[in-house]
Design a protein. Structure first.
Length: 111
């Protein structure tokens, strides 16, 4: 678990399961707001379900990053969570990669 500076402009987050997820997302949002110039990869490997409160925080983080031209990429997302994204129509809003290596490689190729 935790938040790591993967590189100068990429933050990697190993997201904890609920109920700690909301607190971790709040921390990431504060870091992004303070830092400004970064992309974020969130690893959902330890997450089995996402609450509406955490979905709201994920949307706020995506908007914050998108407003300054940066990307939010999810990886290792469980089938149940992908189902939640699909049912709520968020599968077209959130960018998802198979795993953190694919997500990080995609950011580094663009950046």
């Amino acid at each position: 678990m935790g938040i790591q500076n993967w590189s100068e402009d990429i933050i990697l987050v190993d997201l904890p399961a609920e109920p700690e997820m909301g607190e971790e997302l709040q921390t990431v949002t504060c870091i992004v707001r303070d830092r400004g110039d970064c992309d974020v990869v969130i690893d959902f490997g330890s997450v089995d379900i996402v609450t509406s409160s955490s979905l709201s925080k994920l949307l706020k983080l995506r908007k914050l990053l998108g407003d300054c031209g940066h990307r939010l990429i999810f990886c290792s997302v469980a089938a149940a969570t992908k189902g939640i994204f699909s049912v709520t129509g968020l599968d077209g809003i959130f960018e998802v990669a198979d795993d953190k290596f694919v997500a990080l490689a995609g950011l580094q190729m663009v950046g």
